[in-house]
Design a binder for this molecule. Structure first.
Ligand SMILES: CC(C)(COP(=O)(O)OP(=O)(O)OC[C@H]1O[C@@H](n2cnc3c(N)ncnc32)[C@H](O)[C@@H]1OP(=O)(O)O)[C@@H](O)C(=O)NCCC(=O)NCCS
Length: 466
């Protein structure tokens, strides 16, 4: 799908080389188990936090930690990164197969149309976005996207829906916290606000809403960066790919071929990853038959936690703290003595090299080669990787994870550190929506249980006597 120039060919070759190394290193690991249909009810050993629990069957994606495999709908992540694009991969995740040329064209056109969420943005900007945490802003924006989309179900032309009916209806003098006035203005506008839009929460979980979210969350995220930089959001460019347009909307410049390709690969790599916490959160919400906007909002909320998204921010801080390759040994020995966990290393599932880190490492090297200001950071990262793998690789199966090099690449593309997690969400919307749509085909509300270990015979005493 990608136009092949020299830069593309070099990157493709780097990824295929990484694949050959991965295959050679993990060839002797046992073949995967548990990849066939489950005979419910199933017996399995469950640890705290539902570790090991089998919640459902899926055909969306597969992670094998021992072999270092990440597979989307049967396709190896190395092949997808080498040959595909985020548009194609998101279609694959949602629809179960790679698109034909005509399907691809129609899908990309629809994604392009959904990039333009101007009316949502206008409403969004009536909030003090620059004062919110970027993930809180993204969560809010997703909710506003939902409100816009539900009007669609009422046969109201979204371009003439009440929120958009009168641009002046969002009074510019309305103070940021004065939503009340703004809401009254909508209600008293020329169009009557359809009651059903706020009453009926169903009907927006169709595939079109998934496309709307995949495109719209990217536009929202870019708008957040711009607003936090004190700038207005930029209109999306219809002539650019999803990755290039995202970078354009953030930085106001069309990215180089290398930057576009690296962003595209980052988006592909983060699109899905088994039943991680945020994916599970989206599915739990969807299983109540709430709608997909609420579900994706739950995914964003779960991703916000430092135990999930955000380790790449820590990596950049750590590399800055180390300062130069010469300081790595001393820093590492101190970290070991302090029993400190080194950000960007280790993984709950991967006990081999994370395939995503294998792909990003040579790309970081390539990016650093063209950016002298990144050279020191990259050299420090490389030396730290060698030291950690030498010490912990064989013994504890600790290797770099996806976060180790992704932060460095984002920094090279002028993406602010507190925007790394929102960017993760921009990509993961594809996996979240795909898994929700799949789960809803045979929906069963999630309802695990907790073992009650509290008192059973407490006697009620009035407040005066406690
Ligand atoms: C990802 C992570 C939470 C996985 O945790 P886990 O599977 O529960 O692994 P554990 O915390 O049980 O660690 C197992 C052993 O490896 C060690 N270990 C794990 N990650 C380590 C790291 N990054 N640096 C140093 N030691 C590490 C632990 O100290 C523990 O050693 P011990 O057996 O001597 O006590 C953990 O590796 C970590 O905190 N990594 C750093 C943060 C990070 O990069 N997160 C992003 C993940 S994509």
């Amino acid at each position: 799908m990608q136009p092949q120039n020299e830069e593309h060919k070099t990157i493709t070759e780097l990824i295929m080389q990484a694949k050959r190394e991965a295959t050679a290193e993990t060839d002797t690991e046992p073949e995967p188990e548990l990849t066939s249909a489950v005979d419910w009810p199933v017996a399995c050993t469950v640890g705290p936090g539902l570790e090991g629990a089998i919640a459902c069957e899926t055909r969306v994606g597969y992670v094998n930690g021992k072999k270092g495999w990440l597979i989307y709908r049967g396709y190896d992540i190395f092949d997808l990164c080498a040959h595909s694009s985020y548009e194609e991969v998101s279609y694959l995740l949602l629809h179960g197969q790679l698109p034909s040329s005509s399907e691809f064209e129609e899908y990309s056109n629809r994604l392009r149309r959904y990039r333009d969420i101007g009316q949502t943005l206008r409403l969004f900007m009536s909030f003090p976005i620059e004062q919110l945490h970027p993930m809180a802003a993204l969560r809010l924006g997703t909710n506003l996207m939902r409100q816009k989309q539900t009007y669609r179900d009422l046969d109201v032309d979204p371009d003439h829906a009440p929120i958009a009916a009168d641009e002046d209806s969002i009074a510019m003098e309305t103070p940021p916290l004065g939503e009340k006035e703004a809401i009254y203005e909508f209600a008293s506008g020329a169009h009557t606000r359809p009651e059903k839009a706020s009453d009926d929460l169903t009907g927006s979980e169709d595939i079109d809403s998934c496309y709307h979210l995949i495109s719209g969350v990217a536009t929202l995220a870019a708008a957040i960066v711009r607003l936090r930089r004190g700038k207005f959001p930029l209109e999306p460019r219809q002539d650019l790919s999803h990755a290039a347009n995202l970078l354009y909307m953030i930085n106001g410049e069309v990215p180089s071929v290398l930057e576009e390709r690296i962003m595209d690969i980052n988006l592909i790599l983060h699109a899905d990853h088994g039943m991680n916490a945020s994916t599970f959160a989206t599915m739990v919400v969807a299983s109540t038959l709430s709608d997909i906007y609420f579900s994706i909002g739950a995914g964003i909320s779960a991703l916000n936690g430092p135990l999930h998204g955000g380790a790449n921010e820590e990596v950049i801080k750590t590399l800055g703290e180390i300062g130069s390759p010469d300081n790595v040994d001393h820093w590492f020995e101190t970290a070991v003595a302090d029993k400190r966990k080194i950000p960007g290393f280790g993984h709950r599932v991967y006990k081999a090299y994370d395939p995503r880190a294998r792909i990003l490492a040579p790309l970081a090297e390539r990016m650093a080669a063209s950016r002298p200001e990144l050279h020191q950071l990259y050299q420090t990262a490389k030396k730290l990787e060698q030291r950690v793998v030498a010490e912990y690789g064989e013994q504890k199966k600790i290797f770099p994870n996806v976060d180790f090099y992704s932060g460095l690449l984002y920094r090279a593309m002028s993406i602010p550190q507190n925007f790394f997690t929102p960017l993760f969400a921009v990509s993961r919307v594809a996996g979240w929506t795909a898994r929700v749509i799949e789960y809803l085909e045979h929906n069963r509300i999630f309802r695990p249980r907790a073992i009650y270990t509290g008192d059973l015979t407490a006697q009620y005493r009035s407040i005066e006597t406690r």
